[in-house]
Design a protein around this ligand. Structure first.
Ligand code: HEC
Length: 406
């Protein structure tokens, strides 16, 4: 019995990451909701209050801007949700995209990087992303939310474009997501929490906290609010090869990311009871432009689809003892290549599913371990086994992979 520890570790970290992310985004959405619904209180020194009902009881929340005159005894902080989301996300990035760089990050057709070079570049992108974003926030631009937002968006689109030139599109997407996620957690770690600590310290010493501290924390928290939907989109995008599999993946990301920002804006306006018409129109138009662009591009691709001729595909050898490329190439051609090629001929997919290509020896080698998982050990590929792949053919693939995919 062989235990696939890497795969179990992957599952455990991903599960943790998802759970922490829900806790973080959930509480962050909740506090934004609170802020958007505050009304001036009837009595007391609070600056705003909101009543709500949930779980069989009533909640009466009050906000003190900048701080109450007296420190409460019990003060709850919200930070570990953000930190654990980043830590688990980073571990997952290392496990899947850096350790697994050869399968997921490097695209030899774009740049012949070694796994170490590719991971180094990825790490540098995360650090550079934070430095640029934080620099923008602290620059005069930081005083104008819209100008700052537009500039940061342009930087991210440029990053997406640049990373798509050197990484597999899927790897580039994930790194853009990691840059945004790092900026969001950086906001919590470097600005929001330290500023709140300073406010608390001032209060404890009986002083008056500097209102600028709260204001800066609030601004960063607003940025996080608008970055949330794009980052979530990126994290699920690898299930949708039509996104990163497009001819200009960075453009699809730019359009869909902006759609996410627009949708978030609709909700913020709605919470504050402001008119929604224009914001909804913008969000819908952006969504339609994204879909239209991806579909229009697909028409261009299918015009030049490359297929495998039936004669060639029909020569599949039955199971022999050989484990060389010549004995498995026809098996890939007959059962896999219609979907797993740069330009699939199958109508079921628009781009190689999950970025897995099996249309050449180099590609098949690259994905050998995963092929074993889905087509030899398990029989989930080809999808629905519409091509009638036999057990003998699976075993032939298994022999080739076991022999080191020569
Ligand atoms: C009809 C289209 C189609 C055919 C034919 C097909 N696949 Fe797939 N394959 C898919 C889709 C769709 C996915 C993505 C599934 C998902 O989202 O998890 C996929 C995923 C994969 C993966 C990635 C799984 C992972 O997450 O590690 C591998 C490896 C793979 N296929 C191998 C093969 C092999 C080998 C064959 C031929 C024996 C084959 N596929 C035939 C559509 C196809």
């Amino acid at each position: 019995m062989m235990i696939d520890w890497a795969e179990w570790l992957n599952l455990a970290i991903r599960w943790f990451h998802l759970t922490a992310g829900i806790a973080w985004i959930g509480s962050s959405f909740y506090f934004v909701w609170l802020d958007n619904h505050l009304v001036p209180p009837k009595v007391g020194e609070a600056s705003g209050e909101v009543w709500s009902v949930h779980g069989g009881g009533f909640y009466h929340k009050q906000k003190y801007q900048v701080a109450p005159s007296q420190m409460p005894q019990d003060l709850h902080w919200f930070k570990w949700e953000a930190y654990t989301t980043w830590i688990t996300g980073f571990l997952l990035l290392v496990l899947v995209y850096w350790i697994g760089a050869a399968s997921f990050l490097i695209d030899p057709a774009k740049a012949a990087l070694t796994p170490l070079q590719a991971s180094g570049l990825g790490a540098a992108a995360l650090v550079a992303g934070w430095l640029v974003y934080d620099g923008l926030c602290r620059s005069p631009l930081g005083r104008d939310d819209r100008a700052l937002g537009a500039t940061w968006y342009a930087v991210l689109v440029a990053a997406a474009w640049g990373l798509c030139q050197v990484f597999s599109a899927r790897g580039a997407y994930l790194h853009v997501g990691a840059i945004i996620g790092t900026a969001m957690v950086g906001n919590v770690f470097f600005v929001i929490i330290p500023n709140q600590r300073k406010v608390v310290a001032a209060l404890v010493q009986g002083g008056v906290p500097d209102p600028a501290l709260g204001k800066a924390a609030k601004a960063r928290s607003l940025h996080n609010n608008y970055m949330t939907l794009p980052v979530l989109l990126i994290m699920i995008s690898h299930h949708y090869p039509m996104t990163f599999g497009a001819a200009r993946p960075w453009l699809v990301l730019a359009l869909l990311g902006l759609t996410g920002v627009a949708v978030r804006h609709v909700f913020n306006l709605r919470h504050r009871g402001q008119p929604l018409g224009r914001a909804i129109t913008v969000a819908v138009v952006l969504a339609l432009v994204s879909v239209t662009y991806v579909s229009a591009e697909k028409v261009g691709v299918s015009a030049e689809k490359v297929g495998v001729s039936p004669e060639k595909a029909g020569t599949t050898r039955s199971a022999g003892g050989s484990a060389d490329w010549a004995s498995v190439e026809p098996i890939f051609a007959r059962h896999c290549v219609s979907c797993h090629a740069a330009k699939p001929t199958s109508d079921l997919v628009t781009a190689p599913p999950l970025g897995v290509m099996l249309d050449s020896r180099a590609h098949a080698r690259m994905f050998a371990a995963r092929v074993k998982r889905v087509a030899v050990d398990a029989e989930i590929m080809p999808l629905g086994n519409t091509t009638g792949m036999t057990r003998a053919e699976r075993e032939a693939l298994g022999r080739w992979i076991e022999a080191g995919a020569p």
